[in-house]
Design a protein. Sequence first.
Length: 200
Amino acid sequence: MDPGYVVSDEEEKVGMSDEQKALIPELPQTVKLRRCGYCMLKQPMRAKHCQLCQHCVRRYDHHCPWIENCVGERNHPVFVAYLAVQLVVLLWAFQVAWSGLYFEQSWEWLKHNFFLLLSFLLITIFTVVAMLLLVSHLYLVACNTTTWEFMSRHRISYLRHCEAENPFDRGVVLNLWRFFCACRLVAWETMYSPEEDNPA
């Protein structure tokens, strides 16, 4: 699904109902958006150009090889739900594989149960990976930061010049509510307060 691709002002308004237009965030008149060096679109704060998708993505988190798509402002909550469902399925498969194991110390038993042991080992590895991914994404959501911002803070201009650890953090409860319950795009420029005079 659309992760929140940045489009030009003209494209954004075409074919939209008044209700859809109301979901577009309003920017303060004083805010100047920078242009992307690749697609030359005005890039809102927290957006990044994805080299693999060839699009700028709003509140860019990462490009996920599992879903072959970017994870951004529009599909990040669905991605977290996807990770949770994957974890539940893997835990169920783990339980099924474990219930099928009965241990005997014989070569014959090992020959007959080799694929079951191998699948149990793979399920264990995938379960640990899915659990770590889900926990890390829930932590980042609770802090209102993205994987890209967390990993590349020193290279991102609006974070590099900011004294606050995270200028978008509004507390765990409000961060989680905005992430999972708010149905509209956010103008992050209105929340940003760098606490110094350097421009973002």
